[in-house]
Write a protein that binds this ligand. Structure first.
Ligand code: SF4
Length: 169
């Protein structure tokens, strides 16, 4: 124990330097915020639906809420019910077990509603194409406004896709 304390006293704590703010993203952030207000004039509410993904896409979507991307600060927020949503963000291939739930969420979303397919599986079926357990990509059961490719798509691509859908409104 004393040996360890003496070693700490001699060497100090080695730690990583704190990350520096990336100026490029800060400029982008202000631009995105302005764009959202110009497009919508209010917050954009998203209901995320996992139609059968491996959860890789969800991890990237979660990152949108971290202090770096801070999408709540941009006026975009995730809601718990499709009844409060403007946009459905769907991940994964549509599995047979989730088909009815996805259709029910779509029906419950007030018009005008947008659908964004996020990730390779949602856009094309990806690695699950042809599986006995899936119906196919999201577009096989719903009209999709924007498809965001990538396995998984990084947060900035997700943000771009969401904005592209809003512009198409
Ligand atoms: S696109 Fe990739 S990360 Fe997203 S659900 Fe499919 S396999 Fe998983």
């Amino acid at each position: 124990m004393w040996r360890l304390i003496r070693q700490f006293a001699r060497t100090g704590y080695s730690d990583e330097p704190a990350p520096t703010a990336e100026d490029a993203w800060r400029h982008e952030e202000q631009k995105v915020h302005r764009e959202i207000l110009d497009l919508l004039g209010r917050a954009l509410c998203i209901r995320q639906i996992d139609a059968g993904s491996c959860n890789g896409c969800e991890l990237e979507i979660h990152a949108l809420n971290n202090p770096y991307y801070n999408i709540e600060g941009l006026g975009i927020r995730f809601v718990a019910s499709p009844r409060h949503a403007d946009l459905l963000l769907v991940t994964g291939p549509v599995t047979l077990n989730m088909k009815a739930a996805v259709l029910a969420a779509y029906d419950a979303t007030p018009a005008p509603k947008l659908v964004v397919a996020a990730g390779e599986c949602a856009c094309t079926g990806g690695i699950f194409s042809g599986s006995y357990a899936v119906c196919g990509p999201v577009s096989s059961i719903l009209p999709v406004d924007v498809a965001i490719l990538g396995c998984p798509p990084p947060p900035i691509d997700l943000l771009r896709g969401i904005l592209t859908a809003c512009r198409a409104r």
